[in-house]
Design a protein around this ligand. Structure first.
Ligand code: NAP
Length: 282
């Protein structure tokens, strides 16, 4: 049976490390600060934003949640971002996505000062990641790399297969695995004979958004499985993209859902905010 990668425990360990660094920074006169902007009333977004605020409080950071009405114009939102760009007590700025349809997400993300782009979604930070020179890595992929590292899973020379090519998970995690010297294959909805590819994986990262999609017959014995999926079943329970019951018996390591990748995302956001505060207070 697989070793379960405990994202809650690893996340708590990292938050403890961050809290210690925050305390030290506060002693030296700087409190790391994160501003989170939410536009509209999306209930899921509200929960995410609340959890980001709670995460900041837990590690001793300052946070400011800015709630703006659904009908807020792009111009008004960008003016707010410009104001936050200028503030010395705010080191990280995050705009919760998705935004209402009348607002151009790309224009908004590009308005954030790249030094404060703690989600690492801005083109300049994506470019830095490709070059291996980034200060911030996108949070979910960075969290996955920490889970592997802290579980003692080496990526070097391994066959890594990523299912999914989104800008927030699939593409960046493929890049980080490559940077860690994995041999990486990216699969998507047009991939022919997906199971033939996934059966070659030493490390399989699944980020597609389809409940229990990857089954035991699609993996080889000893595979390390990272399940990024978060899907709500009809009974309200959260489930991943991997059919845990059939895959776990073949895996050497596996992340559960919930309690695997999920807890790491906000933790990496906190780490990026700490990094931003350190850079800006120099
Ligand atoms: P997304 O933008 O919808 O992308 C899904 C990807 O999966 C696409 O690249 C798509 O291929 C591919 N795909 C869909 N069906 C497929 C199939 N049958 N075979 C192979 N590939 C297929 O999703 P995302 O934003 O990356 O999120 C993926 C999942 O991760 C979701 O469940 C999301 O909730 C979860 N998530 C979790 C966290 C976390 O913190 N734990 C963070 C982000 C996302 P095409 O490109 O060809 O369409």
């Amino acid at each position: 049976m697989a070793n379960i990668i405990d994202g809650k425990k690893i996340s708590a360990d990292i938050r403890g490390e961050i809290a210690a660094e925050v305390a030290e920074m506060k002693n030296n006169g700087t409190t790391p600060g994160l501003a989170v902007i939410i536009v509209g009333e999306n209930p899921a977004s509200k929960v995410y934003v609340r959890n980001k605020g709670k995460g900041c409080a837990e590690v001793g950071m300052y946070s400011e949640i800015i709630e703006m009405a659904e009908e807020t114009s792009e111009k008004t939102l960008i003016a707010k971002i410009n104001e936050l760009n200028e503030r010395s007590d705010i080191h990280g700025i995050l705009v919760q996505l998705p935004l209402p349809k009348h607002i151009n997400e790309r224009a908004v993300i590009e308005a954030i000062d790249p030094k404060k782009d703690v989600d690492a979604f801005a083109p300049v930070n994506i470019g830095e990641m490709m070059l291996g020179t980034a200060d911030f890595l996108p949070c979910t992929p960075a969290g996955i790399m920490e889970l592997l590292k802290r579980s003692g899973v080496s990526v070097e020379g391994k066959d890594c297969v990523v299912i999914g090519r989104s800008n927030i998970v699939g593409k960046p995690i493929a890049q980080l695995l490559l940077a860690a010297n994995g041999t990486v294959t990216i699969c998507h909805s047009r991939t022919r004979d997906l199971a033939e590819v996934t059966r070659r994986a030493d490390i399989l990262v699944v980020a597609i958004g389809k409940a229990d999609f990857v089954t035991g017959d699609m993996v080889k014995d000893g595979v390390v499985v990272i399940d990024v999926g978060m899907n709500r079943k009809a009974d309200g329970k959260l489930t991943g993209d991997v059919d845990y019951a059939s895959v776990a018996p073949k895996a050497s390591y596996i992340t559960p859902v919930p309690g695997g990748v999920g807890p790491m995302t906000i933790t990496m956001l906190l780490r990026n905010t700490l990094t931003a505060a350190k850079k800006q207070s120099k």
